[in-house]
Design a protein around this ligand. Structure first.
Ligand code: NDP
Length: 253
């Protein structure tokens, strides 16, 4: 369908050397976009690009640290001048740290805030400054079910994901008038490196399967439809929305 076609578009997906970011980059590429793959580990970024190219997709490697505002600005400038205008930004890079809140280490608190929320502002602002004069652009922030709901041991992560939801609404409010659409995807529970401890815990899996109306973990390709929708002309009047892809977990107690 033409409405969902991303042919000729360029998408920057942060934190796309593995996990959800790589699945989203692959999905956007399958819908026709050229993709820029990012992460801090240059070898992993290259390997992800090589995999996509072997599948016949167009992928560019751009390793940089999304928590470094200067590095972000330099990378966005280099992409715009060296590859082309960024049509789609997916702010996906994120980390987790699990610890009782009363013992939560300060450095982990700072790292979580820097990676999960500062980065959305840094990369979002750098890319929006390019998109605004063009009067078009799509920004998709990766929120979480933790944008709505807390769970024991991850209060700081929950705070950052709540902030991602509200920054999405703020970005949409400021930038919709310039022709941009800013929205978020709120994934439920997916089997990635970030969730390795949970995936390996049979008690957690049993709890999750009971707690989720769909009765199971999410599969990463199940996030792609939401990303293609929010990246494409199909969502031209959708602004500041959080699309939960969570098997219904945020819909029920
Ligand atoms: P992974 O740990 O599998 O992948 C994280 C990616 O982000 C890697 O490519 C990593 O590469 C990159 N990254 C981390 N820090 C930085 C940084 N400072 N600069 C640039 N890249 C960075 O995580 P997931 O795929 O599970 O998570 C992706 C997003 O989805 C996160 O925002 C997460 O909060 C969110 N999410 C995940 C859920 C899940 O079930 N897995 C559920 C809800 C939300 P490198 O380390 O080399 O930099």
């Amino acid at each position: 369908m033409k409405l969902f076609d991303l042919t000729g578009r360029l998408a920057l997906v942060t934190g796309s050397s593995k996990g959800i970011g790589l699945a989203l980059a692959r999905g956007l590429a399958e819908a026709g976009a050229a993709v820029v793959i990012n992460g801090r580990d240059a070898a992993m970024v290259e390997a992800a690009c090589a995999g996509l190219r072997a599948e016949g997709r167009t992928a560019h490697a751009r390793p940089f640290d999304v928590t470094d505002a200067d590095a972000v600005r330099a990378a966005v400038d280099a992409i715009e001048t060296g590859i082309g205008p960024i049509d789609i930004l997916v702010n996906n890079a994120g980390i987790q740290h699990r610890a009782p809140l009363e013992d939560f280490p300060l450095d982990a608190w700072e790292r979580l805030k820097a990676t999960n929320i500062d980065s959305v502002f840094f990369v979002g602002q750098a890319v929006a400054r390019r998109m605004i004069p063009r009067r078009r652009g799509k920004i998709i922030n990766i929120a979480s079910v933790q944008s709505e709901l807390a769970r024991t041991g991850i209060a700081p992560y929950t705070a950052t994901k709540g902030a991602v939801k509200m920054l999405t609404k703020g970005m949409a409010t400021d930038w919709a008038r310039h022709g941009l659409q800013v929205n978020a995807i709120g994934p439920g529970y997916f089997d990635t490196e970030l969730n390795r401890a949970l995936v390996n815990d049979p008690a957690f899996s049993a709890w999750l399967e009971k707690r989720t109306p769909a009765g199971r973990w999410g599969k990463m390709h199940e996030l792609v439809g939401a990303a293609v929708f929010l990246a494409s002309d199909a969502s031209s009047f959708v602004n500041g929305h959080v699309l939960y892809v969570d098997g219904g977990i945020t819909a029920c107690l």
